[in-house]
Ligand binder design. Structure first.
Ligand code: ADP
Length: 494
């Protein structure tokens, strides 16, 4: 808006008409005092002011306006009498934002000057807006930076508070942060703890896999700089997503040395106990067998019944001790496989018959699916028998109300897959990943069914020894399918 200041109403009127005809909004004041009041209250783009006014003349008003913060930048066009006021303007107001038009007013010249001031005003306004936007942007960024800093301090605080050694790295594995515990195992932030020389280098292994972007987990032995001993740790390094599709790594070393020691003691105990039990047990079984044979002709006597029961119970005990021995051997890395070519069909037939016979009180029926194998295959016959026995035994044991079991063989891509399916109690999905672990038993069934939780662990070791894998699919209440796959090597390939 433009403020017109003139003590002569007609002048105000004609100027108003001229400016409003060109689309400018105007306001007017009949005196210098009135102009000052209005200028303080409103925002004007420009003031057009008559110099000669009674009381306060135009120059006085201008001087006061230039002295006030709020009005000092408003440009002024003076309306002057020729030659009389011009020199005064040139002398006193060289600071810019001041111009003059001589009377009688030439409308074209006035409009040109008004136009110039307006453009200047608009450009100025744009500059102010840009400055304001920039200031705002800087503030937003500063706040975001502060937030990020707070957040990162918070996260680092968390990593300091946990009992593990913790660190973070960038995408390529360069360390960015380590907590205080790190320095019990490393002298500098850039160096990973020293691994045990007898183990493959965990750092090289992980760095070689960072491109995969998946969690890396492994047991490692690292050197404690205070005690100078290598302690077992569980190393876990997980990718953490960052905005923009990037990711960093967060790693922890959890001390599992004490747990390992207890585990070793337990393994040693199992090993000693199973070896010590095996010898007298072999004696008991042999004598029970002899006693059974010598009482063959008097099978209806009480003594024969007792001997038979003793034999049955000692066989059960033998199976348990054998499992414990197997576990001890696995722990010592001694589960030996004697691979030869053998007739798998015969093995399947024998195992099925054995399982059916061991449940005389039930009418177990094992249905065989898949093409029978005509040629002999390479493997440890006794151990494969043991796996099948375990799968089928469990299929009957954990399906107390369903006697039907399916056994299928499938051959594809040079691999043999054998699956055993039951319609038993099944296994909850969250427990499935653990069923092949040592001593693991699903809680829900552990009270009702006897067992040590070792059979599947041993099966897995045996199958891995054949270069294969074990697996399970299950639905609680509907049943389970346990399977294994091994590479198929026929006799004629030798
Ligand atoms: P055990 O039978 O002696 O407990 P296993 O190692 O053979 O030990 O099995 C481990 C656990 O897996 C069992 O305790 C049981 O909870 C579960 N399991 C194994 N086979 C089956 C099955 N066919 N159906 C349901 N649960 C099973």
């Amino acid at each position: 808006m433009i403020l017109i200041v003139d003590d002569i109403q007609e002048n105000i009127f004609s100027l108003k008409r001229l400016l409003e005809s060109k689309g400018y909004q105007t306001d007017s004041a009949p005196s210098g005092e009135e102009a000052l009041k209005l200028a303080i209250r409103n925002n004007y783009v420009l003031i057009i002011m008559d110099v000669q006014m009674p009381d306060m003349d135009g120059f006085e008003v201008a001087e006061t306006l230039k002295g006030l913060n709020r009005t000092k930048d408003i440009p002024i066009i003076f309306l002057t009498a020729v030659n009389r006021d011009k020199s005064f303007i040139a002398k006193g107001y060289q600071s810019g934002g001041i111009d003059y038009v001589t009377k009688p007013i030439d409308p074209e010249i006035l409009l040109l000057k008004v136009g110039t001031f307006y453009r200047l005003y608009e450009q100025n306004q744009m500059l102010i807006n840009t400055k304001e936007a920039l200031r705002h942007e800087v503030e937003v960024r500063k706040r975001a930076e502060q937030n990020l800093l707070n957040r990162s301090e918070y996260l680092q605080g968390i990593l300091e508070s946990i009992p593990q050694i913790a660190f973070t790295t960038d995408r390529s594995g360069t360390i960015e942060f380590t907590n205080q515990k790190w320095y019990d195992y490393s002298t500098s932030q850039t160096e990973f703890p020293q691994g045990w020389p007898g183990e493959s280098c965990y750092l090289a292994e992980w760095l070689g896999r960072t491109y995969v972007g998946e969690t890396y987990q492994r047991e490692v032995r690292i050197k404690n700089l205070i005690s100078d001993e290598f302690r077992y740790h569980l190393l876990r390094i997980t990718p953490v997503n960052l905005p923009g599709g990037e990711f960093n790594w967060v790693g922890t070393f959890t001390d599992i040395e004490d747990h390992k020691r207890i585990e070793k003691k337990k393994d040693a105990f199992i090993s000693i106990a199973s070896h010590e039990l095996k010898t007298p047990l072999t004696g008991i079984r042999a004598y029970a067998q002899l006693a059974e044979r010598s009482l063959k002709d008097s099978q209806d006597t009480k003594a024969y019944g007792f001997v038979k029961k003793t034999l049955e119970q000692s066989e059960r005990l033998n199976a348990l001790v054998t499992d414990l021995l197997d576990v001890a051997n696995i722990e010592e890395g001694r589960i030996k496989l004697r691979k030869k070519f053998f007739d798998l069909e015969k093995v399947i037939e024998n195992v099925c018959m054995g399982v059916v016979q061991s449940y005389p009180q039930r009418s177990v029926e094992i249905t065989r699916h898949g093409e029978p194998l005509k040629e002999k295959i390479l493997g440890d016959q006794i151990r494969i028998e043991q796996v099948l026995n375990n799968f089928l035994g469990n299929a009957v044991k954990y399906a107390p109300n369903h006697d039907r079991v399916e056994l299928s063989t499938e051959i594809s891509d040079g691999e043999l897959k054998i699956s055993v399916t039951d319609r038993g109690i099944g296994i909850p999905p969250e427990k499935l990943p653990y069923v092949f672990n040592k001593f693991y038993r699903v809680e829900e069934s552990s009270v009702k069914f006897q067992g040590l939780g070792l059979g599947l662990f041993i099966c897995q070791e045996i199958i891995q020894g054949h270069g294969g894998i074990c697996g399970v699919e299950s639905t609680p209440g509907l049943g389970s399918t346990f399977y294994f796959k091994i590479p198929l090597i026929y006799d004629n390939e030798q």
